[in-house]
Design a binder for this molecule. Structure first.
Ligand code: DC
Length: 227
């Protein structure tokens, strides 16, 4: 079973996907974390978010994930970078990096490989991102597109930054995610959009439990149909 959850920044994808995967006994694959690891790779060598930068960085850059219990660790080469990718600095550059064709080709290939392997091993995988239902697994039997009010999304993202010890204001976070959404929706390759067969779910006034119930119910209904 492949479940895709796409949507804009702060719509609740990661929390929902992670907990739904745990509830269902599936594996969670955070594709945004993989793009963030690539962005960190660019930052580390001071490469620009351009095709020339990608040519210089990608041949020696390896992004992979490992699953331990219910958590997903992201690796840049041999280094676990799971915490280091959650900074405002990475947040500012990742959307630019994710517009680059060679970056997307590499990511989609890795995500398909990891997703299929994990689904075979554990019975299912829940992916979250921007294009997981449109590009990575367009054949996924359960596709969800999460949305939420911009103020609520900014509040959620601010809490994440504060937990990571970053000093940013709500207004800065709001501007950052608005700009990121605009870029993610308007890029030429694999823009953020709802797959035609994805179900929209608005999380603005929802508890996490309601979000997880929604996904789990969809999966159970699909499994009951025997596909
Ligand atoms: O989900 P997130 O905020 O951690 O994602 C970071 C960025 O990565 C997001 O701005 C766009 C990019 N991304 C993407 O282009 N495609 C995906 N499937 C996931 C993320």
């Amino acid at each position: 079973m492949i479940v895709t959850i796409d949507g804009p920044a702060g719509s609740g994808k990661s929390t929902t996907a992670k907990r739904a995967a745990a509830r269902l006994g599936y594996v969670y694959l955070d594709t945004g974390a993989m793009y963030r690891a690539v962005a960190l790779g660019f930052l580390r060598v001071g490469a620009s978010a351009t095709p020339t930068g990608a040519e210089a960085v990608l041949p020696s850059l390896e992004v992979d994930v490992q699953h331990q219990d219910d958590t997903m660790q992201v690796f840049l080469g041999d280094e676990a970078v799971t915490d280091r990718i959650r900074t405002a600095e990475v947040g500012r550059i990742v959307s630019d990096i994710s517009t680059l064709a060679p970056v997307r080709e590499y990511m989609v290939e890795q995500q398909r490989r990891i997703g299929r392997a994990q689904a075979d091993r554990h019975g299912g995988v829940v992916l979250d991102g921007r294009d997981t239902g449109t590009v990575v697994f367009p054949e996924a039997p359960v596709k969800i597109f999460l949305v939420a009010d911009i103020d609520e999304r900014a509040r959620r993202r601010l809490q994440e930054y504060e937990a990571a010890g970053e000093e940013v204001t709500l207004e800065e976070v709001r501007t950052e995610i608005e700009e990121r959404d605009r870029q993610d929706r308007t890029r030429d390759i694999a823009p953020l959009r709802r797959a035609d067969d994805a179900i929209i779910f608005d999380t603005t006034d929802c508890t996490i439990r309601e979000q997880v119930d929604f996904v789990a119910d969809r999966v159970k209904a699909q499994n009951a149909r025997g596909t």
